[in-house]
Write a protein that binds this ligand. Structure first.
Ligand code: P1T
Length: 383
């Protein structure tokens, strides 16, 4: 029987050091390994290929997502880059029309130049998917909830829609984490994370990962990982191994804080619109209620008037929240997607999905909800 998610978070990938009994996986800060004779080694030859700390993390990541394989990279985008390199010119990707700005930039300014064709569509509309699906389609790229509009995609329905077309269904599970959403059990073939966010959880590491079950695809990805070299280092691997031990506890608190702050924002007279899948009025609420076991701690909202000047004044008026890129750490962050995380997306493209100049994004940390609300309340008074 598979153990509970919390138990897996604490124990996944842990093998006590056989030499010393150290309970924590050591940081094997080494580039290479002694060989007793030609081809006679202990499974590790060179740290780009494999390193024991990264190896422990890769096993832990796989276990968390209920996957057979895990691969860790130097950033979320490096993980995506590795995946996209399985494609060849003429291949096509169907992607969500709202996604992290850096993912959009990777697709449109890097891989488009290599002859890969990208279609950005509303993934809740199966007709939209069918209208671009063809024999060249190789990947469907789902981000759910999306960054920053919190759109929800029904993974199972998309997987069923493209089944039989030899398409790899990939889910960027960064916002939900394996604690709230298990894409592989919904029919996805591959899960990706920016481990920089909730998996690391402490804003002290940049990392990405891929988790999957297919032997052949894993072998391709591992060959690319070794050939291209964008691997996670041992120190960073240790930090994420440590981070995921408390992932279940942190996600529980992020979700609780999400609910409390949304209730506050929803009842504030200066707030125009709140985007959070836990709201019954959210268009993806029913799917999220089935597909996720919690709604998370990411919230986007607009202030009445929805303009840059007011948004700017607001983000400068908070003091407990920190104005910064990134998300998923123990401390609460506030961001302005249009000029920060999503600045790489042309204004007309981002505005179509709601990333307006007035949109504000919150990453709720694990502080006390009353303090977070007091900080936001003060900022509303100041603007
Ligand atoms: O930053 P990096 O570890 O390379 O991960 C990229 C990435 C991929 N997918 C999602 C959903 C993300 O949110 C990110 C990174 N996002 C931010 C830095 C941000 O502030 O939104």
């Amino acid at each position: 029987m598979q153990k509970g998610k919390g138990t897996r978070a604490v124990h996944a990938g842990v093998e006590h050091c056989p030499a010393t009994g150290a309970i924590m996986t050591p940081i094997y800060q080494t580039s290479t390994y002694v060989q007793d004779g030609v081809g006679n080694h202990k499974g590790y030859e060179y740290s780009r290929t494999l390193n024991p700390t990264r190896h422990a993390l890769e096993k832990a990541l796989a276990e968390l997502e209920g996957a057979k394989y895990g691969l860790a990279f130097g950033s979320g985008l490096a993980a995506m880059d590795n995946l996209m390199k399985i494609l060849k010119p003429g291949d096509e990707v169907i992607s969500t029309n709202d996604l992290y700005g850096g993912s959009y930039r990777l697709f449109t300014t890097v891989f488009q130049n290599y002859g890969i064709v990208f279609h950005f569509v509303d993934l809740s509309d199966m007709d939209a998917i069918k209208s671009v699906l063809n024999e060249n389609t190789k990947i469907v790229w789902i981000e759910t909830p999306t960054n920053p509009m919190m759109q929800i995609t029904d993974i199972k329905v998309v997987a069923e829609t493209v089944s039989g077309n030899d398409v790899i269904v990939c889910v960027d599970n960064t916002f939900a984490t394996p604690m709230l959403q298990q894409p592989l059990s919904e029919g996805a073939d591959l899960v990706m994370h920016s481990a920089t966010k909730y998996l690391g959880g402490h804003s002290d590491v940049v990392m990405g990962c891929l988790m999957l079950n297919d032997d052949e695809l894993d072998s391709k990805l591992r060959t690319l990982q070794n050939s291209c070299g964008g691997v996670a280092g041992p120190m960073d691997s240790f930090l994420v191994l440590r981070g995921i031990k408390t992932l279940h506890l942190r996600m529980q608190r992020h979700c609780e804080n999400g609910r409390s702050v949304v209730d506050f924002l929803n009842s504030h007279p200066m707030v125009e619109k709140v985007y959070w899948p836990g709201l019954p009025s959210h268009p993806g609420h029913d799917v999220a209620s089935r597909q996720m076991s919690g709604f998370g701690g990411m919230i986007s909202f607009t202030i009445k008037g929805d303009n840059l000047a007011t948004a700017n004044k607001f983000v400068e008026s908070v003091s407990l929240f920190t104005l910064a890129e990134s998300l998923g750490g123990v401390e609460s962050l506030i961001g302005h997607p249009a000029t920060m995380t999503h600045a790489a997306i042309p204004k007309d493209v981002r505005e179509k999905v709601g990333v307006t100049d007035g949109l504000i994004r919150l990453s709720l940390g694990v502080e006390d909800a009353e303090d977070l609300i007091a900080d936001l309340s003060k900022a509303f008074d100041l603007i």
